[in-house]
Design a protein around this ligand. Structure first.
Ligand SMILES: C[S@@+](CC[C@H](N)C(=O)[O-])C[C@H]1O[C@@H](n2cnc3c(N)ncnc32)[C@H](O)[C@@H]1O
Length: 270
């Protein structure tokens, strides 16, 4: 059952076609800058129950397929399916293998039969879904009893240094919006799945300058796609003001960019 007291956020998250187009464009550059994504996904793999051996697994929001290949290597005898909303990502992932099937689809409307998977693995994808209650109910539907949903996501506080710096410059939305951790807690508790673990851990990356950070976000396809984002070119004066504002956060290691990562393992009751 989903919790209707936490409705979708109309207009607060980007349009799905824009998300798909942005990630498709980023497919070729993504892996060269995806240090955080690899680290977070590896930590999610480490959280899977040690003796767990799914017959059928789903990599939901597989991107370039880095974790599809890791899952394929770990669960060699099983059947894997990699799914993403961005065709460009699937075209990049498919030739590299790891799963038996690579399918275009939406996490909020899975093209899978009920009770068809033992594991739904999803790393850093569901923060792009406006209706997370539906993502959970879809995971619940496709999992077999005893099956596991393991996901990571991002929550409020992610890239707060960039958000605050832009706010000082023009007060506009320049950073993607994220759900609060307490919303993840409420929705997971109301999902009908048993919450085995759910935690929020910050990861901080350091950059020599603001340009390196914004170029990386673009290479990942994760730059700002929010409705309400400023259109047109970003003028030189505003960039200089942004750089000056962000410098206030500088530490010995460089300019910090904080990611608030959610790690979750849920189980469908028998
Ligand atoms: C940051 S990438 C993560 C990719 C991969 N899981 C990893 O850890 O490297 C997020 C991926 O989620 C996909 N995505 C976003 N919204 C989605 C949706 N509604 N359904 C399926 N995939 C989605 C994007 O196209 C993108 O490939």
């Amino acid at each position: 059952m989903t919790d209707l007291s936490f409705p979708p956020l109309p207009g607060a998250l980007p349009d799905k076609r824009q998300v798909a187009a942005s990630f498709s464009r980023a497919a070729a550059s993504y892996d060269s800058v995806a240090e955080l994504q690899r680290d977070v996904g590896q930590q999610l793999l480490d959280r899977l129950p040690p003796s767990f051996m799914p017959q059928r697994w789903l990599d939901l929001g597989c991107g370039t397929g880095y974790f599809t290949r890791a899952l394929g290597a770990r669960f060699g005898a099983s059947t894997g399916l990699a799914l993403d909303i961005a065709e460009g990502m699937l075209n990049h992932a498919r030739p590299q293998g790891g799963a038996a099937y690579f399918v275009a689809g939406d996490a909020e409307r899975l093209p899978l039969q009920a009770a068809s998977c033992d594991l739904v693995f999803s790393s850093l994808a569901v923060q792009w879904c406006a209706d997370f209650a539906t993502v959970l109910s879809e995971a619940h539907r496709v999992l077999k009893p005893g099956g596991v949903l393991a996901f990571t996501s991002l929550c409020v506080g992610t890239l707060y240094e960039l958000r605050d710096s832009w706010r000082q410059v023009d007060g506009l939305v320049h950073v993607n919006r994220f759900r609060g951790f307490e919303t993840y807690q409420h929705l997971c508790a109301a999902s009908g799945l048993k919450v085995v673990s759910l935690e929020n851990r910050p990861h901080v990356l350091y950059y020599p300058d603001v340009r390196s950070l914004t170029h990386e976000l673009k290479a990942l396809g994760a730059h700002n796609l929010n409705p309400g984002r400023p259109g047109g070119l970003t003028g030189r004066a505003r960039i200089l003001a942004l750089v000056e504002a962000y410098e206030q956060f500088r530490q010995a290691q460089g300019l910090p960019a904080t990611y608030q990562v959610v790690y979750a393992v849920l189980e469908k009751p028998l």
